[in-house]
Design a protein around this ligand. Structure first.
Ligand code: NDP
Length: 334
């Protein structure tokens, strides 16, 4: 099996030298174990945090050990009564092409005709669920709200924009880092307005895109996007702080938004969240998303990188904006 390990803790932007690709010999199955050939593995921004030693909501990856993360694959050998050969399983043993572990670490998911398994890592899975939780449980989005989503062309962003629309948002506004992504937001994802945050000061771009102000902010980016949202909020506005990717590779701390006082004068609420604390909402999300998806109401994009040996490039590319929608790695067995 080919595994990707953390070789050293990155400072600032990770480099390929911070990772090592190693061959691992898998022995015969132990009692209760299954062997799974992964079809897709996920690369996600939160993994950058786990590459650092700092304690966060997930434990740091250990240097010299195989990293972990979301993956989906097929059982090829089983010594477990619970999981038969042929089952499609979702699990956390990513960053490798073949895994052999106790059956308890795997969850069987239905294989839906015509639906790529990679969607379980994206819009039907973690990133779609994140969009749903942020809008509903965190921001308390109501019908008619004007919603601004930063990082709108990524995995969480593309899901959040559509969910906002399906839940009755008034206007949906998004930002992304290229003109192509911006065009996709309005043409494919139903955004009413979108802008390229690299084309000028975000505060001005948002003011132009949202002349009537915003009621809900779904933040994937932080920094100048948060500051712009604080300036654009209508009274009673609510922000779901989902991510702050603009700072994940920063080596220096930046001063915060200079307009936090708007929280007082406009009665704003900002609430951060990590999905792990809201897993009780999974059945509710699955029910909604299954209906929306089967009704054909959900568009999606994926950027697929082939080969587990290219997983680091996929991760680094995603951090730099090489993806539209969800970045996934199609793992191939060597
Ligand atoms: P994406 O698919 O959105 O990929 C990351 C994107 O971030 C890139 O494509 C790039 O798009 C954008 N980006 C990178 N650097 C910057 C920057 N300096 N300023 C603005 N945009 C930047 O990733 P995900 O959808 O998986 O994650 C999106 C966010 O949600 C992340 O912040 C992540 O940490 C967070 N998250 C939080 C969860 C939670 O439980 N709270 C769960 C899952 C994700 P572009 O070309 O537009 O720059």
């Amino acid at each position: 099996s080919t595994h990707i390990q953390l070789a050293s803790r990155p400072v600032g932007w990770p480099t390929t030298g911070d990772f090592a690709t190693v061959k691992v010999e898998l022995g015969p199955l132990g009692p209760g174990q299954v062997r799974v050939v992964n079809e897709f593995m996920s690369v996600d921004p939160y993994m950058r945090g786990r590459m650092s030693a700092a304690k966060s909501y997930t434990a740091p990856f250990a240097v010299g050990e195989t990293m972990t993360g979301g993956a989906i694959g097929r059982v090829v050998e089983s010594a477990s009564d619970a999981i038969p050969v042929g089952a499609v399983v979702l699990h956390q043993f990513g960053w490798r092409d073949v895994v052999q572990e106790d059956a308890a670490g795997f969850k069987i998911v239905p294989e839906l005709p015509g639906v790529p398994l990679s969607l379980y890592l994206g819009v039907l899975g973690m990133t779609g669920f994140t969009g749903y939780v942020g809008l509903t449980a965190i921001a308390g989005m109501k019908a008619g709200d004007t919603v601004f989503i930063s990082g709108a062309a990524g995995a969480v962003g593309t899901a959040a924009g559509q969910i906002a629309r399906l839940l009755g948002a008034g206007r949906v506004i998004g930002s992304a880092g290229s003109d192509e992504k911006v065009a996709l937001l309005t043409e494919k994802y139903g955004y009413d307005a979108a802008f390229n945050y690299k084309s000028g000061p975000v505060r001005e771009l948002l003011a132009t895109a949202a002349p009537e102000g915003i009621d809900v902010f779904f933040d994937n980016v932080g920094g100048d996007h948060l500051e712009a949202a604080l300036a654009a909020f209508n009274p009673g506005g609510r922000g779901a702080l989902c991510g702050a990717i603009s700072s994940y590779n920063a080596t220096e701390r930046k001063a915060g938004p200079d307009n936090m006082g708007n929280m007082i004068t406009r009665g704003l609420t900002l609430k951060g969240f990590t999905l792990g604390s809201y897993l009780d909402l999974a059945p509710e999300f699955n029910e909604h998303m299954t209906k929306w998806f089967t009704d054909g109401d959900i568009a999606f994009d994926e950027t697929v990188v082939d080969g587990v040996e290219n997983a680091v490039d996929a991760f680094l590319g995603m951090m730099a904006g090489a993806n539209t929608g969800k970045m996934v790695v199609r793992t191939a067995v060597n």
